[in-house]
Design a protein around this ligand. Structure first.
Ligand SMILES: [Zn+2]
Length: 174
């Protein structure tokens, strides 16, 4: 992975904590506006290191597949006759305004690279959603039952809605 550009933004809305996130290939670090410059740079370096270690932690398709199997085992297998497997899963870069997609006929799941740097509970929610489509194509009652087996679904949806609004996207559903 190449070294991303880092931008430090001073925000008057931030009071005590700093925040780092990926934005169009750069890493943006928001720091409280009153923070001295050397402290801001040190804080930014720490947050960027943490963000990047999370990225490399879930770097390749194999890691993603392992995580998806874990999520299927923990939340969904007991709700589906014979379990949720088999499936194949990979990261993709071209999911416009979608977090993931599922093709039940080939049991293939694709997850947007954008999700890779999001918190684990958000990735797990996206996995639960797409894995649930292996058992149920529509977003009907059975689907909602499967998805609700994941305890952090509402929080994760809130995170994704916030991201969608922040990026100025129209909401889309995979
Ligand atoms: Zn869906």
């Amino acid at each position: 992975m190449s070294t991303p550009e880092i931008e430090i933004r001073r925000s008057s809305r931030r009071r005590t904590t700093a925040k780092a996130y990926a934005d169009r290939g750069r890493i943006v670090v928001e720091v409280p506006s009153h923070l001295p410059e050397d402290v801001a740079e040190e804080t930014a370096a720490k947050l960027v290191a943490r963000l990047r270690s999370r990225e490399t932690h879930l770097r390749d398709d194999e890691d993603l597949a392992a995580r998806a199997r874990e999520v299927a085992d923990r939340y969904l297998d007991h709700l589906v006759d014979g379990g949720i497997s088999p499936f194949t899963i990979r990261w993709v870069g071209n999911q416009r305004q979608r977090w993931g997609s599922c093709t039940p006929s080939t049991r293939t799941i694709r997850i947007s690279q954008r999700v890779r740097t999001m918190p684990d509970y958000v990735l797990d929610y996206v996995l639960v959603h797409e894995l649930s489509h292996l058992a149920e194509r529509t977003h009907g009652e059975r689907f909602r039952l499967l998805e609700s087996a994941y305890p952090h679904a509402e929080r994760a949806k809130g995170y994704l809605e916030g991201y969608t609004a922040g990026a100025g996207w129209e909401p889309a559903d995979g």
